[in-house]
Design a protein around this ligand. Structure first.
Ligand code: FES
Length: 200
């Protein structure tokens, strides 16, 4: 188990290289106000859902691609690494996906937003916006490397340790007719640091 955690940690760290949440979120200005209330996922609708694209492979994912114990990073369909505004957009849009046995998911709302135990949370820490990169598969805890805030992904990503003031927002996901993971809308709440003004 320990070895798996180290492996997942390494994978997480590698996936972080192009992301630096704190710096990127600063690009939104000293007070981003409502800019964190909207992400690229808002372009997803019932009529035109957006696929979740694996950030390592650049491919859409099916539910069976998400295996228990792993941490997978995703971005919305239509976002490309060569886009001029990629860094700013990924700082808000990045997701981390985990699969947890449905019977181990403690929060009913969270279970409903997921698909067969696959949960999609914002990757941006609600303290000051570092990208979260560590996942402990036995406890389902995700850890922010900046100031060690720890979130229980099996319980709505509530904060169980550290300075973060809010759970990680969760994106509702489902699958399309071909079986690819998709979203039909944006997060229900702003992503990122909780000290910035929240309207909701
Ligand atoms: S930015 Fe995550 S704990 Fe501080």
């Amino acid at each position: 188990g320990r070895r798996k955690m180290i492996r997942n940690t390494l994978i997480g760290s590698m996936a972080l290289v192009p992301l630096s949440g704190v710096v990127l979120l600063r690009d939104l200005g000293p007070l981003p106000e409502d800019k964190l209330e909207h992400t690229g996922w808002e372009e997803a609708t019932d009529a035109k859902p957006l696929q979740l694209i694996n950030m390592n492979t650049n491919q859409p994912m099916k539910a069976e691609d998400i295996i228990q114990g792993s941490l997978t990073f995703a971005m919305p369909e239509g976002l490309h690494t060569h886009d001029e505004d990629f860094q700013q957009r990924i700082a808000k849009d990045a997701l981390m996906l985990v699969r947890i046995a449905p019977e181990d998911i403690k929060d009913d709302k969270s279970k409903e937003k997921g698909f067969e135990g696959i949960l999609a949370y914002s990757k941006i820490c609600t303290h000051v916006g570092c990208p979260i990169s560590l996942y402990e598969q036995q406890t389902h805890h995700a850890l922010c490397p900046c100031h060690q805030s720890t979130f229980d992904l099996a319980d709505g990503a509530r904060v169980i340790f550290g300075p973060a003031g809010h759970p990680l927002p969760q994106l509702k996901i489902t699958t399309d007719e071909k079986g690819f993971l998709v979203a039909h809308g944006d997060f229900d709440e702003p992503v990122g640091p909780s000290y910035w003004e929240r309207a909701r």
